[in-house]
Ligand binder design. Structure first.
Ligand code: FA5
Length: 348
């Protein structure tokens, strides 16, 4: 076989090998085997010494052509394999957005917040404005302007956390009565407000008491507002929260800022008034304090008690939640145990 034939063979074999190579490693091996210093082509070209001077340029030319052809074929195959490897890598790294994601547990408002929302929504539907006050309050608003002067014995029941001698963590949402009375323009009509929020007392925590709890204050002041309006309003609240067959009973009580003052009871929703453990066999459950706004409170806030009057009430949503769901220890609400809280699914 002469040199030219050997070169043709080499070319043929090389092109086949290149074509059949399946990965970058293989094509690199072929490059070294064909074109490297100790490679096949160099080996064949060593035979150039033995051919005639006349033949040499022709064979040399052919050899260059074979080398160029093989080089080009290797480069082309190398590029193709490189691209294929890249495509493969990209495919493996692709995020399949059509796969369902891992579910994220959905939260919900705390059960006490659910009660607050229900009460507030109800009053908003009756045209009340929502007024949210500050938890840090001036003593004047928390006590004095509510007809609780210094040294009034009723202050004892609401001992609290003082920030300075005249600033405290509010003990009730009632300061919003004074604040709203001062702000309201009675020329525009009656004041109807609802004020939810947190309050603080130096109460010892037990099954029905917490040192921090919630209250919802309600107040209507205008012309010709009577106690019948108070009773009717409380009935709407009780029925919307606990069931539409319930009745409301008012019992005389005492609050310095209302006169007369009452405690409101609702028919026990558990036994419907027959008597059971929940209502301590009375058929009634105490749910809130209320009364007709005291003339002194109106006067101190610049409202003429001869012309205007109205009612106010304050309820504890934490206790409402206990009643509604039969929870016998208020502390369960504050421990943030999701196994407990998840039982009060807003969606039912
Ligand atoms: C008051 O705080 C009056 N401001 C309510 C009021 C407003 C009366 C307007 C008249 C007019 P009392 O201290 O009773 O009242 O508290 C009201 C409600 O808060 C109670 O019925 C109870 O549901 C809740 N409550 C009182 N103390 C605690 C406590 N330590 N833990 C949880 N709830 C409490």
């Amino acid at each position: 076989m002469d040199l030219k034939e050997k070169l043709a063979d080499l070319r043929q074999q090389g092109l086949e090998d290149i074509e059949n190579s399946q990965d970058l490693k293989r094509i690199n091996e072929i490059r070294v085997k064909m074109l490297g210093k100790k490679g096949n082509l160099t080996g064949v070209l060593r035979g150039m010494r033995d051919i005639s001077a006349e033949e040499r340029p022709k064979v040399g030319q052919f050899a260059n052509k074979v080398r160029d052809e093989l080089t080009a074929a290797i480069e082309e195959r190398h590029a193709a394999l490189e691209q294929a490897a890249l495509n493969e890598k990209l495919k493996a790294e692709t995020i399949d957005v059509t796969l369902p994601g891992s579910p994220v547990a959905q939260g919900q408002p705390h059960v006490i917040q659910q009660i607050i929302d229900q009460v507030v929504d109800l009053f908003v539907s009756m045209g009340y404005e929502v007024a949210v006050g500050d938890e840090v309050e001036q003593e004047v608003y928390n006590f004095e302007k509510l007809n609780l002067p210094k040294d009034h014995p009723a202050r004892d029941m609401q001992d609290t956390f003082y920030v300075t001698p005249s600033v405290l963590m509010r003990t009730q949402t009632s300061p919003m009565q004074a604040r709203m009375l001062e702000k309201h323009d009675f020329a525009k009509g009656p004041l109807k407000m609802i004020s939810p929020g947190k309050v603080y007392r130096r109460d010892t925590d037990d099954a029905t008491h917490s040192h921090q709890f919630n209250q919802i204050e309600g107040m209507v002041v205008g012309k010709h507002i009577t106690m019948a309006d108070l009773k009717g309003t409380l009935k709407v609240v009780a029925r919307s929260l606990f069931g539409d067959k319930l009745d409301v009973r008012l019992r005389p009580s005492y609050f310095p800022f209302t006169e007369p003052s009452v405690e409101a009871d609702i028919t026990c929703f558990n036994c419907m008034g027959k008597g059971c453990a929940i209502c301590k066999h009375t058929g009634w459950i105490e749910v809130l304090g209320a009364g007709m706004v005291h003339p002194n409170v109106l006067k101190m806030s610049g409202v003429d008690p001869e012309e205007y009057g109205g009612f106010a009430f304050g309820l504890g949503p934490d206790r409402f939640a206990m009643l509604k769901y039969g929870v016998d220890d208020i502390r369960n609400f504050y421990q943030n145990d999701v196994r407990f809280l998840n039982q009060f699914d807003e969606k039912g």
